[in-house]
Design a protein around this ligand. Structure first.
Ligand SMILES: Cc1ncc(COP(=O)(O)O)c(C=O)c1O
Length: 390
């Protein structure tokens, strides 16, 4: 048959979409461990603690009470009410429950945000290094990520750097604070610069505040709380990092119209909402005392200080990251090519990390070490580093 197979091709919108390098590295580490070898696991991004008991029991209770039916696809009303209260008090984002939507992790919120804003041929400004999936989410809209170096922007002026990289087709700015992988926490003054640029150029901001509770230096500031920004910002949050809930897939987004209607359509036609009993667990998580979140932040701070001191002691230059739970040292001492440096470290010292280049060209020469692990695990990693490089 002459045209056999011509229909068996992917939709073009997936042509430029990659499959996460991080997942591929995770698979390689699992293979090494399966062969019985020890690996120091610093490649991940999962909290060191288990989901707190009250959250787990609230899900069990919800199941027993038969909260196992369809819920409103944008989220149960009690949850949206509690989320709007949280956003008002903690983030100073004056959101009504109608401006909030529950999503399957922060990932679905980000997916829906870019799908709502970007048309084929549009451009999106992304501070780089950036969380790897972002470029793929943008390319999945047949749009183009424009990477601007965060370090240069902070040195030379955020507004001037945004202006330098923007094109006539630019529609949005991806604004992540605290940042994965660099741990950068943008200040309020920097948020104001991004906001001024977005307003001047009539752009949308997709804000990613997955690590809002993990700021060690300075304070977390939500860009949507600035005057004139609530209507042009889609802010995405997750329960994964603050509450040790990575596997629950709970997240949410806050936005005004017309974006909220678009987010609702995308959530409706992709997952038809978040599992009902998970929404009950999310509601319980929002009742976590702030003191508990503060105590965990201090636990992370100990881990950060231990790892950063260890890295610097073997000559891997590393500034203490202001937020999130990753260290991002310069590893040119091992190899200038971060992929090779990561392979060397994995093979010779059994330390699993993520090459900086997967977070954009601006991450080259660095490795990401995730320190959301136990203190003995960090100590063992530092010992292995010293044995290899010391
Ligand atoms: C910067 C950033 N945003 C969003 C997410 C999404 O997390 P999740 O889909 O688990 O909610 C992550 C997870 O690693 C992240 O690092």
């Amino acid at each position: 048959m002459s045209n056999k197979g011509t229909g068996l091709r992917l939709a073009k919108r997936l042509d430029e979409v990659g499959f996460s390098d991080i997942v591929q590295i995770r698979n390689k580490v699992m293979a090494i461990r399966a062969s019985g070898e020890t690996v120091h696991m610093l490649h991940g991004g999962e909290p060191y603690f288990e989901t707190p008991e009250p959250i787990k029991y609230s899900a069990i209770k919800a199941l027993v009470e038969n909260h196992t039916h369809y819920a409103p696809s944008s989220g149960i009303s009690m949850l949206r009410l509690a989320l709007s209260a949280k956003l008002i008090v903690k983030n100073k984002i004056m959101a009504t429950p109608a401006q909030v939507i529950a999503t399957v992790g922060g990932s679905q919120a980000l997916y829906a945000a870019f799908q709502s804003v970007l048309d084929p041929g549009d451009d999106a400004l992304v501070f780089s290094p950036y969380w790897t999936p972002i470029a793929d989410l943008i390319r999945g809209c047949q749009a183009r990520p424009l990477l601007l170096p965060t370090a240069t922007a902070r040195r030379n002026g955020i507004g001037a750097t945004l202006a330098q990289f923007a094109t006539p087709n630019t529609r949005c700015i991806y604004y992540n604070t605290p940042q994965n992988p660099s741990g950068v926490v943008f200040t309020k003054a920097e948020a104001e610069e991004v906001a001024a640029f977005a307003i001047e150029r009539d752009l949308v901001v997709v804000a990613d505040e997955a690590y809002e509770d993990l700021v060690y230096e300075g304070e977390h500031f939500s860009i949507a709380s600035l005057p004139g920004m609530a209507e042009r910002t889609i802010t995405c949050f997750t329960f994964s990092k603050s509450y040790g809930m990575t596997g629950w897939r709970g997240g949410y987004a806050v936005a005004g119209e017309p974006f909220m209607t678009a987010l609702r359509k995308i959530v409706l036609y992709s997952t038809n909402g978040v599992p009902t009993f998970v929404q009950h667990a999310m509601l319980q998580a929002l009742h976590t005392p702030e003191a508990e979140i503060d105590a965990r932040r201090e636990e992370y701070r100990k881990r950060r200080d231990l790892l950063v001191a260890g890295l610097n002691s073997v000559g891997l230059d590393c500034e203490a990251p202001a937020g999130a739970f990753y260290a991002f040292p310069n590893v040119e001492k091992i190899n200038k090519i971060s992929r090779t440096a990561a392979e060397t470290l994995l093979e010779k010292a059994h330390i699993a990390t993520i090459p900086g280049s997967v977070f954009g060209a601006q991450g080259e020469g660095h490795l990401r070490f995730g320190y959301a692990i136990s203190i003995p695990e960090i100590e063992a990693c530092v010992d292995a580093l010293k044995a290899f490089l010391g």
